[in-house]
Design a protein around this ligand. Sequence first.
Ligand SMILES: *Cc1c(COP(=O)(O)O)cnc(C)c1O
Length: 485
Amino acid sequence: MNDKILIYEKSVPGRVGTPLPKTGRGESEILNLIPEKHRRRDDAALPEATEGEVMRHFIALSVKNHHIDKGFYPLGSCTMKYNPKLNDAAASLPGFINQHPLAPCRTASGSLQIMLELEEYLKEISGFAAVSLQPVAGAHGEFTGLLIIRAYHKDKGKLRKKVLIPDSAHGTNPASVTMVGYEAVQIKSNAMGIITPEAVAAAIDDDTAALMITNPNTLGLFESDIEKVAEVVHKAGALLYMDGANLNAQLGVVQPGKIGFDVLHFNLHKTFSTPHGGGGPGAGGVAVTDKLAPFLPVPVISRKIDENNRLFLDYDRPKTIGRMHSFYGNFANIVRAYAYIRSLGARGLKRVSENAVLNANYLRVLLHDEFEVPYDNICMHEFVLSCDRQKKSGVKGLDIAKRLLDYGFHAPTIYFPLIVHEAFMIEPTETESRETLESFASTLIAISKEAEKDPETVKHAPYNTPVRRLDEVKAARELDVCYKH
Ligand SMILES: *Cc1c(COP(=O)(O)O)cnc(C)c1O
């Protein structure tokens, strides 16, 4: 079968996929419903194919790409865990998909109830006083959280100018800081890969709005001095922001709101298993302490029941930063996260984190003889190794990552965090079996040995993928979405 042609080229006039039901009305009666000027003059240029042909076409396309339903996806920091199909079933219930976003609250009680309950679960998981589900990505949550911090300082009378960020931070952190109008100031991690209260004390002053920190950090290490760091931050009148992308390591174990953090963003699409990748869809709610709750985006779901005994959306919030997204965020993802939390329960969520940490440590130990692991301590849900040793034979981390694709594995995150040379950031997640971890580790070790004996082969990988090496800069700048060549 030629799988390189477009569905349009496979079209044969007269083929029908799914016949539409009869309307029971005459053509002219229907035409009269559409004003003359809005009527189509020509038939829409849609491909004509049978249901079977359509299925084969799209299944063939879907397997060209890597995805979590196809194979292991150890993309560090991104938490590419298996997404139970139960979540999709819940998000597709007719009551949800047929709900219009402009429906009045009195006809949307069920949806509001789901959102309110999810907020309650997230408050309990994170140890914070209030949650907004409106932001639709982690980075969007950062932006929201930082606007809240800015509004807080403004309310206190002094805006302040800068936000401190560790050198291991994700790139979205300084980007969000800049977008909010603050200056990002980098602070160095110590030899153990964590931030010390001393380093923070040396950088902080009364113009510092916040310290923004990922915990566990992007090296997969828990910030063990965080409570002392929080003291230093609060003493300077600043706030402590937690990038919660790595919350997968601490469900039911640590409540960030109880160890000194003031704001946190969730990546519901990472920690709470809603499918993501390729730019969306995401959900990046924020959690805040009591004193920051007045600044949350509107609307908030009011716990106060209205005169008809129903939940309602409250817009009457004088200190709010305003709206962050149309309607109420990415509602289908909110339902998915809700379904995930409900199906696992409190014990199940704790086991998620325990197994995520166990899997990461098992993999780290399987690999640490063959590869350098710069911070080779017990890690949380991910760890970072270095391909520096392999580089001696002229093979870069990038080449090894490409070679992995030939064996059906997605590559780990590479060259991040920036403080590790030739970094491979590996996050296996809790949903992978021991067999998968062992097979991945033995493949990676075999590639390392191949790099020594036959570096040229590794340097020109991949060989088995639909396309070979792309000019990545050109691919990003001059996107070619047409497959036909
Ligand atoms: C994924 C991630 C982000 C950004 O989240 P998005 O949902 O991709 O916008 C921020 N920080 C860290 C540490 C992350 O892993």
